[in-house]
Design a protein around this ligand. Structure first.
Ligand SMILES: Cc1cc2nc3c(=O)[nH]c(=O)nc-3n(C[C@H](O)[C@H](O)[C@H](O)COP(=O)(O)OP(=O)(O)OC[C@H]3O[C@@H](n4cnc5c(N)ncnc54)[C@H](O)[C@@H]3O)c2cc1C
Length: 461
């Protein structure tokens, strides 16, 4: 079997290559060991967001007396939530598989390994060849030395996604997006105790420090404990619970929990599939690529979670890399490499956190004379309706362009789309201040923050 491009892995990175390549007149075959859609659709973005939506509904119901509703939640059914989650996933999977079929993109089912010609994927007895090969095998969960994942008490996001219970007392190790999302979800679903341990000095350590601070404050109010900097010293499983030793400020404390979620990042899936033999596996197992996702092996590309930072392990970064690679292979004129600072970062906790561009410390480290402005959602009509104490923070160069926008509050992950246009196009705060935002909306807070940054504050004390 032969086509212009063979793609190994049908997750967001892989299927984006295929759909884009088609628009460039190329034929594509995808080799997929499991289901198209990958981690994102089946084990990541989508199942977690479906469950987080349920958590949001429960939180709203729990505080409904605020607006005069006497609501009682008579029960939370893990099976019911699971059925909802699986329906959402199945719906999207059916749609994606149908889309690929309708475009005549062949999906070969099976585990593939790359032959040493760097053009052929071997799937059992079958040989699938292309003029170019794109490796998009994604990533897998990882743990820390000394923490043994048993899949029941000590788990990773793979088990957490389809956990047959709501934890009562949970410990979450790591405060990246995955750890924060499950901590937030479990508390919303009724967990009595949720503790997050972060080894760095604040939770959500990749975000602007003001966002981390506000998120920790919100979590405190919600009854979620955050320990940072702190580290897990030992985890001992005893039947259906675990005894965990945590060191904070040189003091050791012990927690008894029924669930330990290890959320310390993911490892690229590059081993044992012929990639090392091609010389395209670099430090910590990441694929070695240049700014156009080309590996050192001629005609071999890599996209998605296989790429080392500054690439971002996010589905939409994978889409962008897929588009780029398809354009490069098709010989499109001047394909744009990806500026990862301009890729929005999103965390769907309660409250949501989203950002694009540089944080305030990053902007200062880059040598900018920085002006940082915050607009509180307490001054925004929709923010008040949502009872949010979140904010929009604009980081700009003095007398210059907007360098970063950071949002915490309801629908922050949607609001960041406008901010992306602002930072990517290098707009001045005064230019954004001229844009008329619809009223009343949360998006007005983006406008207000830029009005303030431009020196013409409106609804600001
Ligand atoms: C809990 C969780 C929540 C997340 N939430 C978000 C979110 O809200 N937003 C966001 O942007 N990102 C989120 N992510 C990250 C996102 O899922 C990944 O960035 C994205 O899936 C990476 O896409 P990919 O194509 O590189 O790899 P994957 O999605 O991992 O796909 C790789 C595919 O390759 C296949 N494969 C692997 N090896 C072989 C082989 N040898 N032969 C054949 N097939 C193979 C796999 O079966 C898989 O289908 C989340 C991740 C997790 C774990």
């Amino acid at each position: 079997m032969s086509s212009d491009i063979v793609v190994l892995g049908g997750g967001p990175g892989g299927y984006a290559v295929a759909l884009r390549a088609l628009t460039r007149g190329q034929t594509v075959t995808i080799v997929e060991a499991d289901k198209v859609g990958g981690t994102c659709l089946h084990w990541g973005c989508i199942p977690s967001k479906a469950m987080l939506y349920v958590g949001e509904v429960l939180d709203t119901a729990a505080h409904a007396d605020r607006f005069g509703l006497d609501l009682a939640v008579n029960g939370v059914s893990v099976e019911g939530i699971g059925a909802f989650r699986e329906k959402v996933v199945a719906n999207l999977h059916k749609g994606l598989a149908g889309l690929l079929r309708s475009k005549n993109i062949e999906v070969v089912a099976g585990h593939g390994t790359v032959a040493d010609d760097g053009r052929t994927v071997l799937v059992g007895q079958q040989r699938v060849s292309g003029n170019a090969l794109v490796v998009a095998t994604g990533s897998r969960v990882r743990s820390l030395p000394g923490i043994d994942v048993d899949g029941s008490v000590v788990i990773t996001s793979d088990e957490a996604t389809r956990l047959p219970r709501i934890p009562r007392r949970a410990l979450v190790v790591g405060s990246g997006a995955v750890g924060l999302e499950f901590a937030s979800l479990w508390r919303s679903l009724g967990a009595e105790e949720v503790t997050i341990v972060e080894v760095l000095d604040r939770i959500a350590p990749l975000e602007d420090p003001d966002l981390s601070k506000q998120l920790a404050r919100n979590y405190r109010k919600r009854g979620i404990t955050t320990l940072a900097p702190a580290r897990v010293e030992s985890v001992k499983v005893e039947g259906e619970t675990a005894r965990v030793e945590i060191v904070e400020d040189e003091t050791t404390r012990e927690l008894h929990v029924d669930t330990v979620l290890v959320a310390v990042g993911r490892a690229p899936r590059t081993d044992g599939i012929g990639l090392a033999e091609l010389g395209i596996v670099g430090e910590r197992g990441y694929a070695t690529v240049d700014e156009w996702c080309r590996t050192p092996a001629d005609g071999v590309f890599a996209v998605g979670d296989l790429l080392a930072p500054p690439a971002l392990a996010l589905a939409h970064a994978g889409f962008a890399e897929g588009f780029l690679v398809a354009d490069v292979i098709a010989g499109a004129a001047q394909p744009q490499s990806i500026d990862y600072a301009q890729v929005p970062r999103v965390t769907y906790t309660s409250p949501e956190v989203a950002s694009v561009g540089l944080t305030e410390p990053q902007a200062r480290d880059a040598g900018h004379d920085v002006v940082a402005t915050q607009y509180s959602l307490r001054g925004n009509a929709k923010g008040i309706i949502h009872d949010s104490d979140g904010f929009v923070k604009v980081v700009a160069a003095r007398d210059g362009e907007v360098l970063g926008v950071h949002v915490i509050g309801p629908h922050a992950t949607d609001l960041i789309a406008e901010a992306q246009l602002i930072t990517a196009w290098g707009a001045l705060p005064s230019e954004v201040a001229q844009l008329v935002h619809p009223h009343p909306t949360l998006a007005e807070a983006i406008g207000e923050a830029h009005l303030a940054a431009a020196g013409t504050p409106f609804h600001t004390h």
